[in-house]
Design a binder for this molecule. Sequence first.
Ligand code: BTN
Length: 254
Amino acid sequence: MYKIPANTLFMGGNLVFVPECHSTNTLALQLCQQPSTPEGTVVITNNQTAGRGQRGNSWEAQPGMNLTLSVILKPVFLDLKDQFYLNMIISLGIHDYLVTKKISNSHIKWPNDVMVGRKKLCGILIENQIQGSRFTNSVAGVGININQQNFTNDTATSLSIVTGTEYILQDELEQLLQKIEARYLQLRQNAHAKIKSNYLNALYWKGETHQFASHGENFSGVIQGIDDAGRLNVQRSDTHEVKSFDLKEISYLQ
Ligand code: BTN
C-alpha cells in the first residue's frame, strides 16, 4: 500500500496501487485511454509478475523489496524530434535521487540505465502515445532496486547493497517522484541545454576507451556524446571515425 506523496505538485497526485500485476507500464497505458486520467498518475505494485524491459527483455523484481512503477506524463508541449529528452529527464531524476543518497559513483548508461559503479540499479522503459504530430501520453516505467539483496544476474545491484541501509519504500517513492517532477518541470520550461549538459556529465563511459560490439564486430572506441536524435556517438579507436548508433545497433562489452 502506498500513500499520495505530500512533497510533489502533481506527480503521484493520483496514485494507483495494485498489490500484483503483470506490468505497471501495461496498466498505465490502459489508463491513458481514459480521458479522466490526470498527468502525474503513478501506477505502482508490490509484485510485478511480467515486468517488461528495453529490447524486449523482461524485468525481474523480488516482491515487496523494490519500487516498480509507471508515471503517466502528457508532454503535449514537446516536439516529436525531442523525444529523447524524456529519456534524459527520467534518468536524470533517478540520478539526482541517488546523489541525495550521497552516492557519488552513479552514472547513466545510454540510453537510460542508471548504474552505480559497473552495476545496474535502475531500468527505465518509456512508451509514448502520439496523435498527429504531438505526444498525447508518455508512460515512464521505472524499476529501481531498493532493498533486494540477491540477484540472479551479477550485473545488478540495489540501493541497500550499495549503502548498507534498509529503506522504507514509501519514503523512497516520495523522494524519487519529487526528483522526477523537478526534471519534468525543467523540460516543460524548455531548459533543453541544461538537461542535455547534465545528461552528458552523468553519461557512463563518456570519454573513456572501451570495447563495444555492433553488427557482429567488436571494436574499441570512445563515447563522445549523443546526436540530436539521442543516438550514441562513438569514435572508433582504429579509424577515429565518429558513428551514431541506435539502441539495437550497439552493445557495451568492457
Ligand atoms: C530495462 O532496463 O530494460 C527497463 C526495465 C523497466 C522496468 C520497469 S518496472 C516498472 C515498469 N513496468 C514494466 O513492465 N517495466 C517498467
